[in-house]
Design a binder for this molecule. Sequence first.
Ligand code: NAP
Length: 292
Amino acid sequence: MVTNVVTGKTKICGLIGDPIEHTVSPAMHNAAFKALGLDFLYLPFQVKSADLGKAVGGLRALNITGVNVTIPHKVAVIPLLDALDPLAERIGAVNTIVNKEGQLTGSNTDAEGFIKALQEHGVAPKDKNTIVLGAGGAARAAAYALAGQGARLTILNRRLELDWARTLARKLEKDFPQKVRVLELDEKNLEKALGEAELLVNATSVGMSPNREATPVPARLLRGGLTVFDIVYNPIKTRLLAEAEAAGARTIGGVEMLVWQGALAFEKWTGQKAPLDLMRREAVKALEGYED
Ligand code: NAP
């Protein structure tokens, strides 16, 4: 329950997406606003694809301070905005909008949040052989962030959508000096790529609740010396993370990226430094509530 007191001066932020029933962002942001004594409120708005244009017009009309954008609107929202920051433009996806006097600017804090989470765990991607699984929205953000830091990338995607991965690789090679390898996501290619890799990033939705028994990588291929970053955050400890830990690999969970992307959005809306530890505690508490 939101306990922040709402007044006529309260600034409204929120989330637009569909579905949004399981979002933990309101818990994270409202706790952070309250802790810092900010007169802000964060609300979830379920927006169907057919209504996206009207919803974005509504952000201006209702003087909403800013929103996060989630599935399925991260790409479709772009032509409806007034400006994009350079990273969001390159990635071709927006997860945060700031409204300055009716001017809507889109940015991508998923990419920056991903890198912050890596750095916080002492992982520097420069010149590291890095595998990215997937070529969807989150994979694009992670791959751009990694290439920007000088990682050597191999992208594995399932055969049906291998062209997505090829398109992403071509874009990355245009923007960065490194070559990007693309392979079909199967056990043989995984084994080959993992033999040379130091960092493995799961940016597919494999293992996400309710399919918790699923994993994108067979346990026998995991080993010590590898860092495994699973950006899936529900459940908090995915099967991939549990098996990587058991194999002696270093692990980073999706909650870290979730908290950082939220913190960076919070800072854009409020101009204040986000209370990261509090936001992490609130996100974990909300996720644990969903796991019951
Ligand atoms: P998306 O655009 O729908 O992409 C999903 C990706 O998963 C695609 O590459 C898809 O491959 C792949 N995939 C799905 N099922 C698969 C399967 N059975 N085998 C192999 N690949 C499969 O979704 P998204 O926005 O990128 O989100 C992906 C995951 O990241 C979700 O779990 C989401 O919650 C999480 N996420 C986390 C954060 C965070 O802050 N931690 C932020 C954003 C997203 P195809 O291309 O072949 O369909």
